[in-house]
Design a protein around this ligand. Structure first.
Ligand SMILES: [Zn+2]
Ligand SMILES: [Zn+2]
Length: 108
């Protein structure tokens, strides 16, 4: 039996990745899967160790899109911005350490 879309009465063709509500092709929104700052750091660190060559690939390639409903898509977009900010701040702190410590040692 086909499920009906949660936003209209059309037959659903897919479900939201997050809340699992049924969606028809008109109401589904494709988006990148959500990756938290912690996951990003772990993946980056392990890849840097095991296969540094694919690191650039990992960081810059587009991820496969997954289906979301409108409200989850919005929520995730907001969350993603926060996570990216956290990741950036983390990277800057690491950079400050990597650059700052040798400079500090040079002048002491
Ligand atoms: Zn619909
Ligand atoms: Zn949803």
């Amino acid at each position: 039996m086909a499920m009906a879309c949660t936003a209209c009465d059309a037959a659903a063709s897919t479900t939201c990745t997050v809340c699992k509500s049924a969606l028809c092709s008109a109401h589904v929104q494709q988006g990148q899967p959500f990756i938290s700052a912690r996951q990003l750091v772990t993946t980056t660190a392990t890849t840097a160790f095991r296969a540094p060559g694919v690191l650039a690939d990992l960081l810059f390639k587009e991820l496969d899109l997954v289906p979301y409903c409108a409200s989850c898509r919005e929520e995730l977009a907001a969350k993603r911005t926060t996570e990216q900010l956290k990741f950036l701040i983390g990277m800057l702190m690491v950079l400050a350490l990597v650059i700052g410590v040798p400079i500090y040692l040079m002048f002491v």
